[in-house]
Design a protein around this ligand. Structure first.
Ligand SMILES: [Zn+2]
Length: 93
């Protein structure tokens, strides 16, 4: 889940594991698991790989999910470069 934390006077988004509630600090350690129901509803859980794996048959690397999400809101190319530069302060979190 996406949460907000406040540190050193800065409020920043983080991702926490939907299984253990701990922060996912390394994107390569995260997965997104999808549940697709008969009525067409889709839910998802963001979890650590390994012990927090929900075993859902549909899954995606967290890094791919985030890149896809950014693309779907139009944050790509020059807009993405500009956003990365303006978010450098987030590296302090
Ligand atoms: Zn976890």
């Amino acid at each position: 889940m996406i949460e907000l934390i406040r540190k050193n006077g800065v409020t920043a988004p983080i991702i926490t594991c939907d299984q253990c509630s701990k922060r996912i600090k390394d994107v390569s350690m995260g997965m997104v698991f999808f549940s697709i129901f008969n009525d067409g509803e889709i839910s998802y859980r963001i979890c650590h790989k390994g012990n927090c794996d929900t075993g859902e048959p549909c899954s995606q690397e967290l890094s791919h999910f985030l890149v896809w999400l950014l693309s779907n809101v139009g944050l790509k190319g020059e807009k993405l470069d500009k956003a990365i530069k303006s978010a450098k302060i987030m590296e302090l979190i």
